[in-house]
Design a protein. Structure first.
Length: 313
């Protein structure tokens, strides 16, 4: 038995298909099947029930694969023993939701690259559900997304990075400074497309059960805050935007944006992972760097926790 055989078995378990697992492992299906067959002969029982499609593990196979996952995590820790203290090295695969990526990454990447010269960072913009799925399949090391997650999506490792307040765009350039969520009920609210957790949070704040609250004959699906602001300018109505995006706006657009009265609705942004052990040091280093760079820039640093209202997905 060797690490390679365990990795092949884990790949089949995740993919439910020998062919797809072979593609992921970059070997032929015949080679993968042969290696797993030798492994099964060595341990004395079948790991997979090949009569079912997709392929599933046997009862003994489930126990074996759980231990194989634990061994894989320990293997990763072994290779990280030589990593310099307080330095990120090697390859890290990071998933990040789009509504965070566009504002967070420009603020942290320069420092991250300059301070951690031996780091290879691979970043993917993905939905929350896709990040969780790929973390569970070990295709990602970490994810940056909005928490708290629903019970079915919860992950074992989490570092809260920051709390980001919401703002409302769509007002004239009046002297009104703050608005309450109640004022937005029954108003036209431009929302991001389904699949964006920020859409769900916006609907929760505004008391929207569905897009049917629209008083317009236009219902536009967008993945861009820029587009929503332009729609609000042209057709009226409001849209919600996060604080870091608000800070990137011109002075003219900022004057059309209002803050909420306390308790201020905020989204909780966290760094998450699937393992409590492997790469835990890397997770802590990355989380600390992000907190140091971002927290001072947010207006939530001026409020106590009792003045913040965390909006779930």
């Amino acid at each position: 038995m060797n690490f390679q055989q365990l990795n092949y078995a884990i790949a089949v378990s995740r993919k439910g298909h020998f062919g797809h697992a072979a593609e992921e492992c970059d070997i032929t299906q015949a080679t993968l099947s042969g290696m797993i067959k030798k492994l099964e002969e060595e341990i004395g029982f079948e790991i997979f029930d090949r009569s079912l499609h997709p392929i599933v593990s046997t009862e003994k196979g489930k126990e074996f694969l759980k231990l194989a996952e634990e061994i894989k995590e320990l293997q990763e820790e072994m290779f990280m023993i030589n990593q310099q203290k307080n330095k990120l090295e090697g390859s890290i695969r990071l998933g990040i939701i789009p509504t965070v990526a566009s504002t967070l990454l420009p603020l942290i990447l320069e420092r991250l690259i300059s301070e951690h010269t031996k780091l290879e960072l691979n970043i993917l913009e993905l939905t929350t559900e896709e990040i969780v799925r790929q973390l569970r399949e070990r295709n990602l090391d970490f994810g940056i997304l909005s928490t708290p997650l629903p019970n079915e999506l919860e992950l074992p490792s989490e570092e809260i990075l920051y709390y980001e307040s919401m703002h409302v765009y769509g007002y004239d350039e009046s002297n009104v400074q703050n608005v309450s969520a109640k004022e937005l009920k029954n108003k036209k609210i431009w929302l991001l497309d389904e699949g964006n957790c920020f859409r769900n949070q916006s609907m929760a704040i505004c008391g929207i059960e569905s897009q049917e609250n629209s008083k317009s004959n236009i219902n536009f699906k967008s993945n861009s805050f820029d587009t929503l602001l332009k729609l609000s300018d042209q057709f009226g109505g409001y849209t919600l935007i996060p604080d870091l995006y608000f800070q990137s706006l011109s002075k003219r657009l900022k004057r059309k944006t209002k803050s909420f009265t306390a308790p201020i609705p905020v989204r909780e942004i966290s760094l998450v992972g699937i393992s409590k052990s492997a790469k835990k040091d890397s997770m802590k280093i990355l989380a600390d760097l992000i907190r140091e760079e971002i927290k001072p820039k947010l207006n939530t640093s001026n409020y106590s926790n009792k003045d913040l209202d965390i909006i779930a997905m």
